[in-house]
Every structure is written in structure tokens, then in C-alpha cells.
Write a protein that binds this ligand. Structure first.
Ligand code: ARG
Length: 468
């Protein structure tokens, strides 16, 4: 039964139900809807709308529904109800009859849905925080497993300077830490309760909105009823957080796809995150990583889609806003999947240290070092850069590395180059010279790994305290 049948003489068409009904997707907010209803029942009981008996009957029935919802026992598929709010009201009427019809006093589905969706979003943010921490943990584990591996670092996808593998891992740790803090920022802003704002102008019953907020775990009530029922910034922020993080994941996926390619050969992915070809028996394709990269498109799309939906909507609630859910729910699901598969990929990958080292040694990655060496000999950097460039040219002509040129050959580009240059050009030396804070030298990388582990331990303990 629709919640609004009184002023209608005809029922809805099947086609209208198809466009209008949200139960097929908002059923996932069942727990939040019931939790909100319990808080509302308490609030209107305190405001004198319900007597003691009615209050107890309602809350008992809602508690039973909550248990059923948590156990997945509610039969949404058989229901013709429009949305989760009408479904619950119908279920309540079925259970306790007329008393159930008092629950919606002073409330609108507009403040109800805004409350439900905020609670749903907060619940999923908590789960996504754990997912982010798990991936950070996997990156740190991988960094420790391959602590001594040196591979080429790239700019423009040209070999630029060698880096330690843990340094690469720590770059993504930084990104994921920002994703986590962005999500937490968003959570602070959505920490306000819309319940009691009614359809748009506030409710006429003297409910205590702060105690409703307290009961639902919000810090405070939303301060303006028009805004409270019209605001979907919290969904947009979630989608922006998801989009930015997915962008990070897609870059990580792209790096790994390239490292795994036959051309690079830096690593092997485990069988359990790859697939074969139906035609080419030799193939082992990095599908999990390609999907991490590929799923970005739809998540970015959901953000764009909701921005466009919200643009130009007049205050207050409009049914357009029902379009906020499917995209956000899909974004959360895809983000969760990608963070989780990222853990499996990292846990299973095997680096080929020798191949990484060989590649790091190729491509004249030590040309900057030669220039710096000449700077130490008091040659201005610009001139030193030119000399080092000429040494690269000479090595290219001789099909060898700079350090393979004899001193006599090097003297043709600069007489300032001496025997000690060879130690300077050695791979380990050039990596470990980058000892500045945040650099790829052994010292800063070990410091950064230590700091990241400490940070993660703190986070995991905190999370354990929250969960426990
Ligand atoms: N299913 C609706 C939504 O998700 C609930 C709010 C309905 N409000 C209304 N005034 N029709 O937005």
C-alpha cells in the first residue's frame, strides 16, 4: 500500500512503478531505516505523541524487524512497496496493526531518507577505512619482502633514475594515507542528523533533535531544515573520495601491469589474480590489475552523474535526488573490490631482483651522477650537464653504459673526470646518495618504512579498540 493513497482515485501504472520505485536498491538501508525509526519513536514518545504502551509496542516491533533485517530474513523480492520506508511501515502494520500508523507522525520520508543514507554512508566509510588500511599493510609487507630490490624509476616512461622497490611501495602508501584522511574529513562534515526537519520546514512536534542525533551517533542536528533534506554533499564527497582513490589504484595497477610485461619482466603475478587466453595457450593476463584500472571509469562517472543531477535543483527535496543511491552504492562496491584485490595482487607478486637491477643499470640512469660529480669539481651545473650529455652520446655510439667507457674515452668529453668516477657511477652508490628526507637512499627509505609501520600499528590498534 502506498503511503500517500488518500487523495488519489487511480493506482500507479506499472511503468510509473518502474521509474519511481526504489525498493530494489534502497533495501540495503533496511538496518539504517529501522534504527532511524526507533530513534524517532523515542523522540515522539518523549514529545507526548505516543503513550507509554504505544511506545513500547512500536519499539519492540521495530527491534524484531531489526533482528530480521540483520539476519537477511526480510522478503523484499515479494514486496510491491515503493521504497524501504514504505516497506518498513507496511511490515510494522502487519506486525502490530494501528499503533504502527502513529510512527510517521511529524516525520517525512525526506528527513527519513536523508538520515538513512547518511547512516549508510558512515557505515560504509568505516568499512572502507579498514580496506584502505589492509592495502597499506600489504604494500608495507611487500616492501619488506623485497627490501633490497632496485628498479628503474621513470619519467615520461623513460628510465630516469633508479629507485628502491620499497620507495615505490611507500609512494602508494602516501596516496592511500591521503585517501584515508580525505574520507575521515568527509565523515566529519556528514556527522549531523537531519531527523526532525520534516518535509522541508521542520516538524511541529516538540522533539529534542540533539537527543535524536545522540541516539543515532551523530554529533549534532543539521541546522537548517531546508538544507538538511536537500543536501547530498555527503554522497558527493564519498564519490570524490572514491574517485581519487580509484585514480591512485589505477596508477598502481598501471605500474604493475607494465612491470609484469614481457618487455619489463620485473615481476610475476600469481596465478590466482590472472587469467589465460582462450586462444593463445602461453598467455597469462593481468586481468585483476586491468579491472582495477578499468573500474575507475564507472566510479568517476557516478561522481559526474550526481553532480549533474544536483545541479540546478530547486530547494528543497525533489525526486531527482533518489538517483543519488545506485551510483554511490556501486562506487562503494567497486572501490571495496579494488582495494581488496590489490591486497591479493601484492601478496602474490614475485619480483625478479636481477632483472630489475639490470634494467636500472641500463638507460643511462647515472648521467645525473656524472654531472653532480663534475659539480663537485667546481664545474657549473649547466656545463656539467652538457658534458654528461656528451658522455651519454659517446656511450650510445659505443653501445655501452657510461661506466663501461675507459678513462681515456671519458677524457675526450672532460679532462676533469678521474678514476674515482667509476665508484660514483655504480648503481648502489647513486641510489644511496639520495639520502635526503623523502629520497630513495637506504637511510630515508628505512626511516620511512619504520615510520609507516608505527603509523599503521597505531591505526590498527585504534581500529581494534573501535571494533572491540
Ligand atoms: N525513495 C525516496 C528517495 O530515495 C525517498 C524519499 C521520498 N520522498 C518523497 N517526497 N517522495 O529519495
Amino acid at each position: 500500500m502506498a503511503l500517500w493513497g488518500g487523495r488519489f482515485t487511480q493506482g500507479s501504472s506499472q511503468m510509473f512503478k518502474q521509474v519511481n520505485d526504489s525498493l530494489p536498491f534502497d533495501q540495503v538501508m533496511a538496518v539504517e531505516d529501522i534504527t532511524g525509526s526507533i530513534a524517532w519513536a523515542n523522540a515522539i514518545a518523549k514529545a507526548g505523541v505516543l503513550n507509554e504502551q504505544e511506545h513500547v509496542t512500536l519499539v519492540d516491533a521495530l527491534q524484531k524487524l531489526l533482528t530480521q533485517a540483520q539476519a537477511g530474513e526480510l522478503d523484499f523480492a515479494a514486496s510491491q512497496e515503493e521504497d524501504i520506508h514504505s516497506f518498513m511501515e507496511a511490515a510494522l502494520i502487519d506486525a502490530i496493526g494501528d499503533t504502527a500508523k502513529k510512527l510517521h507522525t511529524g516525520r517525512s520520508r525526506n528527513d527519513q531518507v536523508a538520515t538513512d543514507f547518511r547512516l549508510w554512508t558512515q557505515r560504509h566509510i568505516n568499512a572502507l577505512e579498514s580496506d584502505l588500511l589492509n592495502l597499506i599493510q600489504a604494500l608495507l609487507k611487500s616492501a619488506s619482502r623485497f627490501q633490497s630490490v632496485i628498479l628503474p624509476g621513470y619519467t615520461h616512461l623513460q628510465r630516469a633514475q633508479p629507485i628502491r622497490y620499497p620507495h615505490w611501495c611507500l609512494a602508494y602508501v602516501e596516496m592511500l594515507k591521503r585517501d584515508l584522511s580525505r574520507l575521515r574529513d568527509a565523515k566529519i562534515r556528514m556527522d549531523q542528523s537531519p531527523l526532525g526537519c520534516g518535509a522541508l520546514a521542520g516538524t511541529t512536534y516538540p522533539v529534542d533533535r540533539q537527543s535524536i542525533a545522540d541516539e543515532l551517533g551523530f554529533s549534532a542536528p543539521c541546522l537548517n531544515s531546508l538544507d538538511a533534506v536537500s543536501d547530498r554533499d555527503f554522497v558527493l564527497e564519498l564519490l570524490f573520495c572514491a574517485s581519487t582513490s580509484m585514480m591512485h589504484l589505477s596508477r598502481m595497477a598501471e605500474d604493475l601491469i607494465f612491470y609484469n610485461s614481457g618487455e619489463a619482466g620485473f615481476l610475476k603475478l600469481s596465478d590466482n589474480v590472472t587469467s589465460g587466453s582462450s586462444l593463445m595457450p602461453q598467455k597469462k593476463n593481468p586481468d585483476a590489475l586491468e579491472l582495477m584500472r578499468g573500474k575507475c571509469g564507472r566510479v568517476f562517472g557516478h561522481l559526474q552523474s550526481l553532480l549533474v543531477t544536483m545541479k540546478g535543483l530547486p530547494l528543497a527535496y525533489n525526486k531527482d535526488m533518489q538517483e543519488d543511491k545506485e551510483g554511490a552504492m556501486d562506487a562503494v562496491k567497486q572501490w571495496h573490490i579494488c582495494l581488496s584485490i590489490g591486497v591479493e595482487v601484492l601478496d602474490g607478486l614475485a619480483l625478479n631482483a636481477e632483472r630489475c637491477r639490470q634494467a636500472a643499470q641500463q638507460g643511462y640512469a647515472n648521467a645525473t651522477e656524472l654531472a653532480d660529480y663534475l659539480v663537485d669539481k667546481n664545474i657549473p651545473f649547466r656545463t656539467a650537464h652538457d658534458i654528461a650529455g656528451k658522455a651519454v652520446l659517446l656511450a650510445l655510439e659505443n653501445h655501452c653504459a657510461i661506466e663501461d667507457l675507459s678513462l681515456a674515452q671519458l677524457h675526450t668529453v672532460s679532462s676533469d673526470i678521474e678514476q674515482d668516477v667509476y665508484a660514483i657511477l655504480a648503481l648502489d652508490h647513486l641510489v644511496d646518495k639520495r639520502n635526503v628526507l623523502g629520497g630513495t637512499g637506504a637511510q630515508p627509505v628505512n626511516d620511512a618504512l619504520f615510520a609507516a609501520h608505527e603509523w599503521l600499528d597505531g591505526e590498527l590498534t585504534r581500529q581494534g579498540d573501535v571494533d572491540g
